[in-house]
Design a protein around this ligand. Structure first.
Ligand code: 6IA
Length: 138
């Protein structure tokens, strides 16, 4: 099982810890193609590393190759939204996980799609149950 995990990078790194925890838990179910998203040293404006075209081409190829896409969508990210739209187009099985918050509501373009399984959580124990459930169905 190839898993494409999507999480915000330039959209903001506030949730990087939860990305790392999710990636670690996801590895129980298959190969996570995008482990770098949980890299705690990666900042929203980090300039080191590969250029944008390289990142785009590599990530799109991984996305195309993936069996399932799991997005942590609490921090809004253009890249994550773009990846989810592509994954929809390609008929991938998609799970989006959103942390409940009094300040923020999930974009209607994610929450309103019937091609996405949308779940919300408060604690990481809930995230684990959501992932367990999702992988039982794929
Ligand atoms: O718009 P955003 O940057 O928040 O988009 C985040 C999404 O796009 C993630 O789900 C990634 O799959 C993808 N993405 C965006 N930037 C990168 C990136 N930057 N590396 C890998 N995937 C990316 C450079 C990091 C590198 C220096 C290690």
């Amino acid at each position: 099982m190839k898993i494409y995990f999507a999480g915000s990078i330039r959209g903001g790194r506030d949730d990087k810890l939860v990305y790392a925890e999710m990636i670690q838990y996801l590895s129980n179910f298959g190969e996570v193609l995008t482990e770098h998203i949980g890299d705690q040293t990666l900042s929203a404006i980090g300039e080191d590393g590969p250029n944008d075209k390289y990142i785009y081409d590599r990530d799109i190829a991984w996305l195309h190759d993936a069996d399932v896409v799991v997005g942590e969508v609490s921090t809004p990210s253009l890249g994550v939204g773009y990846e989810i739209a592509k994954a929809e187009e390609w008929g991938k099985k998609i799970l989006c996980i959103f942390r409940k918050s009094p300040e923020r509501r999930l974009s209607a373009m994610i929450g309103g799609s019937d091609k996405i399984i949308n779940r919300s959580y408060t604690t990481f124990d809930e995230v684990k149950l959501i992932l367990d459930d999702f992988f039982k169905s794929v």
